[in-house]
Design a protein around this ligand. Structure first.
Ligand code: TRP
Length: 360
């Protein structure tokens, strides 16, 4: 049998999945599972970096697994597992950290962001290289033990690199915000391989979905749909909730003269429509915009129904699955077993090349 390329992706166990996750990732995962050896996991250890309430953590894990399955990830085709079910990851994380520089971790953009949040320093996130960045190191070192930047946050990229390298993944489908982490993963792999004169870790590449790469806008007239932006449509939203959110989406006063430029909030609604509605329908509303006959209320009604046509079957499936702990348990145990099989082998090889050998 021809060996398929290995695809790995993880999602942090925080909150429910939204349309951005669906169009940006999930929908593509469902396609990829036919062509690749796909391994999808819930990153509960990564979630710990922001110290969640212990009562929430496993609920979040269960939600995400359920949503993955409901959206069409097939446990017979892909491996679905929970990160903490693979203890080999934690051990390799310790080993790999011996070759990771504190400096390079501190310079990571996502670390600076999270460190600023942890210390309560406000900055304009649209300017990631603001002058404050130069002082963040000082702030961290000077911070007391109440307001601290935990070491787990600093070594987040090491853990992510291990997720990838322990599975010897070739392709990692992640969004733009994760590209720097992937770059670090490649660097760590190269460094480890050359230090120990081995070819243990393949260098993973980002898997972009080509033309299918989409940006899913939020409903608040600003940029991207995101958990922390509070502008999301969730897969689990009930019809009523979803309709209400769409009807309240930001627009403008409407075009005053034919062929007016489209404002960002309205463009966002068109973009959502392009993802969810039939091309003729999008065309019809664009023409109505151009000749000033558009009524945003009609557009929103249509958009809500077209989104529901996608999310409703997924929601129904989620509700059905979430009462079936037996099935979810079986999927995760089987996934963990497969993931551990590969992880244990990689860890064994890593220990061997590093010289951790039994001589007694
Ligand atoms: N850091 C990723 C995110 O926040 C989640 C993640 C953890 C991940 N480990 C990974 C993604 C390994 C891809 C591969 O989205």
């Amino acid at each position: 049998m021809e060996k398929k390329e290995i695809v790995l992706s993880g999602i942090r166990a925080t909150g429910n999945l939204h349309l951005g996750n669906y169009f940006g990732a999930l929908r593509n995962f469902v396609k990829m599972q036919n062509d690749y050896d796909c391994r999808f996991f819930i990153a509960d250890l990564h979630a710990l970096t922001t110290n969640p309430d212990p009562a929430d953590l496993h609920v979040n894990v269960k939600n995400i697994v359920t949503e993955y399955l409901a959206a069409g990830i097939d446990p017979e085709k892909a491996t679905i597992f929970v990160q903490s079910d693979v203890p080999e990851i934690s051990e390799l994380y310790l080993l790999l950290n011996m070759h990771v520089g504190i400096g390079e971790l501190m310079r990571t953009a996502s670390f600076k962001d999270k460190a600023r949040k942890a210390l309560g320093i406000k900055t304009d996130s649209s300017t990631p290289t603001s002058p404050e960045d130069d002082n963040i190191e000082k702030e961290i070192i000077g911070s007391d033990s109440n307001k601290r930047v935990n070491a787990g946050l600093l070594t987040y990229p090491t853990l992510m690199a291990v997720d990838i390298l322990i599975q010897k993944a070739n392709k990692v489908p992640v969004g733009k915000d994760q590209e720097q982490h992937l770059e670090l993963t490649r660097r760590f792999a190269r460094r480890f391989n050359s230090f120990y004169k081995t070819d243990l870790f393949p260098e993973p590449e980002n898997y972009t979905f080509g033309a299918a790469a989409v940006k899913v806008p939020g409903l608040d007239g600003s940029g991207k749909m995101g958990k922390s932006e509070g502008n999301c449509i969730y897969l689990i939203d009930e019809d009523k909730v979803l309709r209400k959110k769409v009807m309240r989406a930001m627009t403008d006063e409407g075009p005053k003269e034919p062929n007016s430029p489209v404002s960002l909030p309205v463009q966002n609604l068109f973009s959502l429509m392009e993802l969810t509605s039939a091309p003729e329908v999008v065309e019809q509303f664009k023409n109505a915009y151009a000749d000033c006959s558009i009524r945003y209320g009609d557009l929103k009604k249509q958009l809500a129904e077209d989104i529901l046509a996608i999310t409703r079957p997924i929601r129904e499936h989620i509700i059905e699955l979430r009462n079936n702990d037996e099935y979810i348990g079986r999927v995760l145990r089987q996934g963990a077993e497969r993931a551990r099989y590969y992880a244990a082998e990689t860890l064994r090889e890593a220990r061997e090349v590093m010289g951790i050998r039994k001589f007694y």
